[in-house]
Design a protein around this ligand. Structure first.
Ligand SMILES: *[C@@H]1O[C@H](CO)[C@@H](O)[C@H](O)[C@H]1NC(C)=O
Ligand SMILES: *[C@@H]1O[C@H](CO)[C@@H](O)[C@H](O)[C@H]1NC(C)=O
Ligand SMILES: *[C@@H]1O[C@H](CO)[C@@H](O)[C@H](O)[C@H]1NC(C)=O
Ligand SMILES: *[C@@H]1O[C@H](CO)[C@@H](O)[C@H](O)[C@H]1NC(C)=O
Ligand SMILES: *[C@@H]1O[C@H](CO)[C@@H](O)[C@H](O)[C@H]1NC(C)=O
Length: 951
């Protein structure tokens, strides 16, 4: 310690600084500012903010009236404030020694780069230095130690690297020190303990190693200590207990080990926020954690804490969010918690709690999430739980609960996930379950529930997942279940169900998995099962079923294990005998996929020509049925047969097969006799010329545009009564549909969303740059982005697309979807490819936000023109992110941030300012820059500047 101090003085002596500011000419300051202005990358004559920085004849010696400059009464500059001034350049040519009186230097939020010059040390009177939110790199110079008057030092959100110099300890007046969101490495210098006036220390989001120095305990005035998301090791120093002003301590996501000394909390009478999750801590949770009575946020998930919940938490009515998931906590859960009027989130999962569940949880009026899965909680479910009417998620699975499900749970009207699986619940499911109108997922698997399958579930119209397997439900499967059209996954296996399957189940056309195995179901599988075209997995084994299998993929391809131990199933499945009675003599299997076939474009062009020809003739020969059916199959399949099959399979385009309606046509999900699913887009019969043109344009463009992220056209039919296109069917459905669905949206996690963005960018870039002439889609919108079962994006609906011939100016009527089309389309009809770039930007924001960005785009663009900082700029990116997903971490977070930055660039009001799709696609396929700061601290303002690679 002394050695370190000694070396500081050596540095001072060697540096030999002597500040002589008595004979300073004010004009020297003006000259220095002009010299620096001249060195900036901006065009100094046009930069609006610095236009006042110029010598004029009346005031040629003073800079005191210049923008951002404040002088004292003697005419010396005491403050330079250039926040948010769009400055680009370095500080190397800033002559600090010309400003002996400077007290405050504020460069917050510019685009300055290069390093911090060591001669900044000549600003000996400086009390306030803010160079945060720039692109400053290199080390923090040790000469910073000469700024001994400094009280506020903001260095955050830059690209600083290297270690924090130990000389920082000489800034004894320092009150606030932020260096978070850099690339700082090395350890926290012990000299930090000298900063006895320090109240806030934020070093999070760096790569700092080593342990938290014991000396931190000398910072008696410290209120905020943020060290999270670093690589800190060692234990939590007991000296933290001296910091009686401490209000926020965030240490999560480090490698901290050891026990938290319990006595340290005896002095922390102001604590509001204690976050130590995602470390390697062990021992007991601190007894006096809520001594302050002000604790709101307490997270310690993912550690090795043992023992019971601290006494002080029982009456800690201030609690708002508690996450203790994934520890080794134990004790009787009914005795450890009180009543919390402000509590919204409580996660006690994956611990060793035992005892009964207290009714107290029902007295927490704001409780949103209560999860206690994977414990040893026993006893009955308290009826009082029904009072927690704000509950959205109740997960008590994998415990030892007994008794009935109380009817009072029917009062939880907001509930969307109810997981009580793997307990010992018994009795009938109460009729009140039908009152959970918002329920999306119900899991009662592996209990001892009996009686009939609750008919009242028919009222849960949003239910997607119904898991009732491994119970003792008896009786028949009630046909009413089939009224819940939203059902995707149903498991009724391992019960005592009898009787025949109700044919109504065939109405569940969204059903994806169905497990009815290990029951006593009898009779034949209803023929209506033919309609279960979304079904991918089925299990009917161990029943008493007989007769033919439904002719759908899920059954045809079912493994023997899913069909065995029945009374005689037969049909199209390699594991079963064919049915003797079958008179099926279906047409040959039609294979329609052939992307590699080079003949295809030719065929299509011929096809299109044919349509034209025939249409011409048709005007003369009224009544004659015209038909051109072309399928892309090199060996020449019978188009007419395919056509007949499509008409038959859709029962002549019955609305029950319709999965979407667009401007020019409706899309039908169609199962061909081969078991192959296709999407058939039938153009409106009375659609007029526009509809016809859309049809033809789509054929000609889609046959040229062949890319893995563009939907594949298999064929088309032009008929006097119906014209339709046949595409590949994409399991995932449209992005728009996925994003409005809470369950599907959560499955589309961040990395998958990033992949969708990449796929989209590649496809649009391909259309703009690799198709010749280029194709402009003009209707990029989330409804036209389809996902396959691997969440790969495919652009569809080329009805509005046009080919861009450079020799033709494109004066074409407005196309596109409201909310996605570029602003220039409102005042000019001249289209270039930048309108797709804009729409792409909207879709990207929609993916990131989970909903259409709406007015946000307008408020962002309205405000870029002025130099002020409107409220929208202060919005934190994290608050914009789809809240249904947990925030992205590390590399994924970095990508999310740059993608939002790119999206904002794509949304520039002026088409010329937008990047090209090629730039975007190229950028997305290379590695993106790393985060300059933790995700949760990034504001929109920081993402508004276009990335440098655009220009
Ligand atoms: C000259 O400077 C004074 C203050 O120093 C200021 O009030 C005045 O507006 C300036 N005049 C011009 C023409 O810039
Ligand atoms: C600089 O100006 C901004 C905006 O006007 C203000 O918020 C900030 O506090 C100022 N900085 C100093 C050091 O006065
Ligand atoms: C810090 O960054 C500079 C360039 O910005 C680089 O030359 C240097 O190697 C880096 N130092 C460390 C310790 O990473
Ligand atoms: C610390 O703060 C107090 C109160 O503001 C002040 O009197 C004292 O001079 C400061 N100490 C240093 C070393 O600046
Ligand atoms: C706790 O604070 C009190 C005064 O607030 C002080 O007397 C005591 O020494 C402190 N204890 C520790 C361990 O710092």
């Amino acid at each position: 310690m002394n050695l370190v101090l000694l070396s500081f003085f050596k540095v001072i002596l060697l540096f030999g600084c002597s500040f002589n500011n008595s004979q300073q000419e004010p004009s020297r300051e003006a000259d220095a500012l002009l010299k620096w202005k001249g060195s900036l990358d901006i065009n100094p004559t046009t930069h609006p903010l610095l236009s006042s920085w110029t010598h004029n004849h009346l005031n040629n010696t003073s800079c005191c009236h210049w923008f951002g400059i404040i002088c004292n009464k003697f005419g010396f500059v005491i403050k330079i404030n250039l926040t948010d001034s769009n400055l680009k350049g370095t500080l190397q040519n800033f002559n600090f020694s010309s400003f002996p009186s400077l007290l405050a230097f504020d460069l917050y939020n510019n685009s300055l780069y290069g390093s911090i010059p060591s001669h900044i040390s000549t600003l000996s009177r400086l009390t306030y230095l803010d160079i945060s939110r720039n692109h400053i790199s290199g080390n923090i110079p040790s000469q910073i130690c000469f700024l001994t008057s400094l009280r506020i030092l903001y260095l955050e959100r830059n690209y600083l690297n290297g270690t924090i110099p130990p000389e920082i300890g000489m800034l004894i007046s320092l009150e606030v020190f932020y260096a978070y969101g850099n690339n700082l490495s090395g350890s926290i210098p012990i000299s930090i303990g000298n900063l006895s006036n320090l109240t806030e220390l934020s070093l999070h989001g760096n790569k700092i190693i080593g342990s938290i120095p014991h000396e931190i305990g000398k910072l008696k005035l410290l209120r905020e200590l943020h060290l999270y998301e670093n690589d800190l090791t060692g234990s939590v120093p007991a000296s933290i207990g001296n910091l009686s002003s401490l209000t926020f301590i965030t240490l999560f996501t480090n490698i901290i080990t050891g026990v938290i000394p319990s006595h340290i909390f005896n002095n922390l009478t102001n604590l509001e926020d204690f976050e130590v999750g995602d470390n390697f801590l062990s021992g007991y949770l601190p007894e006096n954690i809520c001594l302050s009575g002000k604790l709101t946020w307490f997270t310690a998930y993912g550690n090795y804490f043992k023992g019971s919940i601290p006494q002080s938490m029982r009456n800690c009515t201030s609690l708002f969010r508690v996450d203790l998931q994934g520890n080794e906590l134990t004790g009787n859960i009914s005795e450890q918690f009180g009543v919390y009027p402000n509590l919204e989130y409580m996660d006690l999962s994956s611990n060793n709690f035992f005892g009964k569940l207290a009714g107290n949880w029902g007295e927490c009026p704001k409780l949103n999430v209560l999860t206690i899965y994977d414990n040893m909680v026993s006893g009955m479910l308290p009826p009082e739980l029904g009072k927690a009417t704000q509950l959205h998620i109740l997960d008590l699975s994998n415990n030892l609960l007994v008794g009935k499900i109380p009817k009072e749970l029917g009062r939880l009207k907001s509930l969307y996930n109810l997981f009580l699986n793997n307990n010992k619940l018994s009795g009938k499911v109460p009729a009140e379950i039908g009152m959970l109108f918002n329920l999306e997922s119900l899991d009662l698997t592996a209990n001892r529930l009996s009686g009939p399958i609750p008919v009242h579930l028919e009222q849960c119209s949003k239910l997607r997942e119904l898991y009732l397997g491994d119970n003792i439900f008896s009786g028949i499967i009630p046909f009413q279940i089939a009224k819940v059209r939203s059902l995707r996954n149903v498991d009724l296996s391992q019960n005592m169900l009898i009787g025949e399957l109700p044919p109504e189940l065939g109405n569940l056309i969204l059903l994806e998995t169905l497990n009815l195995s290990h029951n006593k179901l009898s009779g034949a599988l209803p023929s209506t099962f033919q309609q279960l075209i979304s079904l991918t997995s089925v299990d009917v084994s161990y029943n008493e079923l007989k007769g033919p299998l439904p002719n759908i993929k899920a059954f045809i391809e079912a493994p023997i294990e899913a069909l065995e131990h029945n009374k005689g199933l037969c049909g199209k499945n390699t594991n079963l005998k064919p049915c003797h009675t079958s008179k099926e003599n279906r047409s040959k299997i039609l294979v329609m996929v052939s992307i590699s076939c080079t003949l295809v474009p030719l065929l299509i062009i011929v096809g299109v020509l044919l349509i034209y020809k025939k249409r011409e003739r048709n005007t003369h020969e009224q009544g004659l049925i015209q038909m051109t059916v072309t399928f892309f199959e090199p060996c020449g399949h019978d188009g007419k047969r395919v056509h007949e099959e499509i008409v038959e399979a859709t029962e002549n385009f019955d609305s029950k097969y319709c999965i979407g309606v667009g401007g020019y046509g409706s899309v039908y999900k169609t199962l061909l006799s081969t078991g192959q699913l296709v999407a058939v887009k039938k153009f409106h019969e009375n659609g007029g010329v526009a509809s016809k043109e859309a049809f033809e344009s789509e054929i000609s463009l889609l046959t040229r545009a062949r890319h893995r992220n563009i939907v594949k056209l298999y064929g088309f039919c032009s008929h006097t009564r119906h014209s339709y296109l046949v595409y590949e069917y994409l399991e995932g459905g449209s992005l728009a549909k996925i994003l409005i669905d809470n369950v599907e949206a959560v499955e589309l996690e961040w990395s998958k969303r990033l992949n969708v963005v990449k796929g989209l960018a590649n496809a649009i870039s391909y259309m703009h740059y690799e198709c010749c002439p280029a194709i402009i889609h003009r209707d990029i919108a989330s409804k036209n982005v389809l996902l396959d079962d691997e969440y790969e994006a495919h652009i569809s609906d080329f009805g509005s697309a046009i080919s861009l011939d450079p020799n033709i100016s494109n004066w074409t009527p407005f196309a596109g979807t409201f909310g996605y089309s570029a602003p220039e389309l409102a005042y000019t009809m001249e289209v270039n490819e930048k309108c797709d770039v804009y729409s792409f930007g909207v879709v990207v924001l929609e993916l990131i936000m989970g909903k259409h960005p709406g007015d946000l785009i307008l408020s962002l663009s309205a405000s870029t023109s002025s130099s002020s900082t409107p409220a929208v700029h202060q919005i934190l990116l994290k608050d914009l992110l789809d809240q249904r997903l947990s925030p992205p971490k590390r590399q994924v977070a970095e990508k999310v941030v740059s993608i939002v930055n790119i999206a904002f660039a794509c949304l520039q009001p002026s088409p010329q300012s937008r990047p090209t799709m090629k730039q975007v696609a190229d950028k997305l396929s290379t590695s993106l820059p790393s985060l300059s700061e933790p995700l949760h601290a990034i504001t929109l303002r920081q993402l508004l500047d276009p990335p440098t690679w655009i220009y």
